[in-house]
Design a protein around this ligand. Structure first.
Ligand code: AMP
Length: 193
């Protein structure tokens, strides 16, 4: 894993536990030498997460649409900041650059990005690990909805399984590594080993 894409809120959330979790994850990634790609903004959890990784010497790449710069100013201290023409381009570049995707707590933008990357995995457009850091059970209602969708016959169990849900960042990263290793074994046709 060279680089992970982190989706998270442009707000901080009410409970400081979200901010702390974003910082902890960012520091863990920096210490492991895993770069971050994210939406490039300096506000909310997004900015705090980038600051925490940069402070530990981590590599942080931002991708922000030109049209958003007024509302969500681009972070001035990033390793690299791509200013792009559209939201679609932003998502495409973030997807391309990352070896996996983690959603921290966030709002509609975060949920949109998470669901898009899950549906792309469902369609087989990529095989990279997708997960949520379930800080203080933030994603529990969403997990319940997905389980309900499986029971109701709208989501196949194997597609529900695409989403990795963990509250501990270390456990989440280990599961990402396992996912990548299993995929690599399948890719080279040695899944029987
Ligand atoms: P939020 O989770 O709503 O605070 O937003 C987190 C990030 O997602 C922000 O950088 C938003 O600009 C971005 N965002 C909002 N809507 C979308 C969208 N439809 N597609 C991609 N990113 C979005």
């Amino acid at each position: 894993m060279k680089r992970l894409c982190i989706y998270c809120g442009s707000s901080l959330g009410r409970d400081p536990v979200y901010l702390e979790a974003a910082r902890v994850l960012a520091r863990r990634l920096a210490h492991r030498g895993i770069g971050i790609v994210y939406g490039g903004s300096s506000v909310g959890l997004m900015g705090a997460m980038a600051d925490a990784a940069l402070a530990e010497g981590g590599e942080v790449t931002g991708v922000i649409p030109d049209s958003l710069m007024d509302r969500e100013p681009g972070h001035p201290g990033l390793t690299e900041l791509h200013v792009v023409a559209s939201m679609h381009q932003r998502k495409a570049i973030m997807t391309e650059l990352a070896d996996g995707f983690i959603a921290l707590p966030g709002g509609l933008g975060t949920l949109d990005e998470l669901f898009e990357i899950l549906t792309w995995a469902q369609l087989g457009l990529h095989c990279k690990p997708c997960g949520v850091l379930n800080v203080k059970h933030y994603y529990a209602p969403l997990v319940r909805l997905l389980d309900h969708a499986v029971e109701a016959g709208f989501v196949r169990p194997q597609h529900r399984g695409i989403l990795i849900v963990e509250a501990d960042p270390e456990v989440l990263l280990v599961r990402f590594e396992e996912h990548i290793a299993a995929f690599e074994l399948r890719r080279i046709g040695r899944s029987d080993l």
